[in-house]
Design a protein around this ligand. Structure first.
Ligand code: HEM
Length: 422
């Protein structure tokens, strides 16, 4: 017997300062609260959007991500069809740009999703990513050299700006095929999105749409060994495979997804490891553990939740029935710290997870599972191993409480991380 879901008396606003400041505490509370009926789900709100259910327990989040009845778009006749538009309207976003903000691959369902995913996935297979490793190592070494120079007189170096950001941006730009001259504009776009700086998003978006179109035109005439060339060639062979706008959408998905998340994975991980000297000592003694360590560091952040899903029919979840079309947000971080799944979940244990079966849900699961996982792990592993090997006495240059955090929901990340290198 299941009960029909209905809103709890006090919806939780995921964008409220209290939740943003303490996601671990809030998610633990939500996960364990005796809620209406069976107590596994809460109603939350996001940025003036409609109420949505929050899946917090591991098994529930897994179901939302993998059960084919949960789609990334609401049913066409649903009053909630404008859930994303509502968010953009709340930000006063120009109407004509709203469709460009929807990440086409991420938000596509069914055959459209399969078609687009196939076009992108070939560029990001484990084999292709392994072949990139020497290049990732070289970019890392160059950045470490530059930092060593900056910090040689004992001055603090902000590793978010000098290391965590440029490494993934350079790698993804090379992989996708963004030319050197255009990268500053993509950086501006990345920064605007990272800080959700309303006024600077539209101009940055317009510039990058125009640059994407010019890039496609250049690659049609002068092909290179990059993803843009592969996409325009696939289109030339069969125009039904991908449209121009879809290619632009793919570039945005990759450039955005390819650096934001990885930047903050690396930055947060440095801080985590400095705060867990016993675990860092284990890694220094046994470098083979780095591959496992990045999986554990990924379990604990920086991504808190992913886009809502919409059941295509009434679905039972955690003992309640979620009515068709009602949005459910999968809270990845809450699932990753669920004690039902992970013993002592808030503790960093570098060899907790195996490389073959990492268990956490930080890359999602099911058909939308992250396509950049191999790349993200490789970058994090090379970056963290390289950093702590080159600078074994790395330490915070400011007291812990003075580290500025970007307080935006969905991500937990340090804005800057000033370190003394020796
Ligand atoms: C720490 C790093 C990263 C994290 C935490 C992360 C997280 C995620 C998550 C949770 C999803 C699933 C979204 C959903 O189900 O709603 C996803 C999808 C995706 N990610 Fe990542 N990601 C990371 C790095 C990357 C990188 C480096 C790339 C590209 C090179 C990338 C490209 C994508 C793409 C294209 C999708 C959409 C897949 C689909 O819808 O079929 N990600 N990512």
């Amino acid at each position: 017997m299941t009960a029909t879901a209905r809103p709890s008396a006090e919806p939780v606003d995921l964008f409220s300062p209290e939740v943003v400041a303490d996601p671990f505490g809030w998610y633990a509370r939500l996960r364990e609260e005796p809620l209406p009926h069976t107590g596994t789900l809460n109603i939350g709100t996001m940025m003036g959007g409609p109420d949505m259910w929050l899946a917090t327990r591991y098994e529930d989040v897994l179901t939302v991500l993998t059960d084919p009845r949960f789609l990334t778009n609401p049913p066409a006749d649903s009053p909630l069809a404008d859930i994303r538009d509502g968010v953009f309207k709340a930000m006063n976003f120009p109407e004509d740009l709203i469709p460009w903000m929807a990440n086409k691959l991420n938000t596509a369902d069914g055959e459209d999703h399969t078609r687009l995913r196939k076009l992108v996935s070939y560029a990001l297979t484990a084999r292709r990513v392994n072949a990139l490793r020497p290049r990732v190592e070289k970019i890392t070494e160059d950045l470490l050299d530059k930092m060593a120079e900056q910090g040689k007189d004992g001055s603090p170096v902000d590793i978010v700006e000098e290391f965590c950001f440029p490494l993934p941006v350079t790698v993804i730009c090379e992989l996708v095929g963004i030319d050197e001259a255009d990268r500053a504009a993509w950086h501006a776009w990345g920064n605007a999105m990272a800080t959700m700086d309303g006024p600077s998003i539209p101009p940055a978006l317009r510039t990058c749409i125009a640059l994407s179109r010019e890039l496609m035109a250049r690659r049609r005439v002068e092909p290179k060994d990059d993803l843009v060339t592969a996409l325009v060639q696939a289109q030339a062979e069969d125009p039904a495979r991908v449209s121009d706008d879809e290619i632009v959408g793919i570039l945005f998905s990759l450039v955005t997804a390819g650096h934001q998340t990885t930047t903050y994975l690396i930055g947060n991980s440095v801080l985590f490891l400095l705060e867990h000297p016993d675990q860092l000592a284990r890694l220094k003694a046994e470098p083979a553990l780095w591959a496992q360590a990045v999986r554990e560091l990924q379990r604990l952040g920086p991504l808190q939740f992913t886009q809502a899903r919409f059941p295509s029919e009434d679905v039972e979840l955690g003992g309640v029935t979620i009515p068709r079309g009602t949005p459910v947000a999968p809270l990845l971080l809450a699932a990753n710290t669920d004690p039902r799944k992970f013993a002592e979940p808030d503790k960093l244990i570098v060899d907790r997870l195996s490389v073959a079966n990492e268990m956490h849900l930080s890359f999602g699961k099911g058909i939308h599972r992250c396509l950049g996982q191999h790349l993200a792990y490789q970058e994090a592993e090379v970056a963290l191993h390289g950093l702590f090997t080159r600078f074994p006495d790395l330490a915070l240059a400011v007291p812990r409480e003075e580290i500025p955090w970007i307080l935006r929901p969905a991500f937990t990340r340090t804005k800057t991380l000033p370190l003394k290198l020796a």
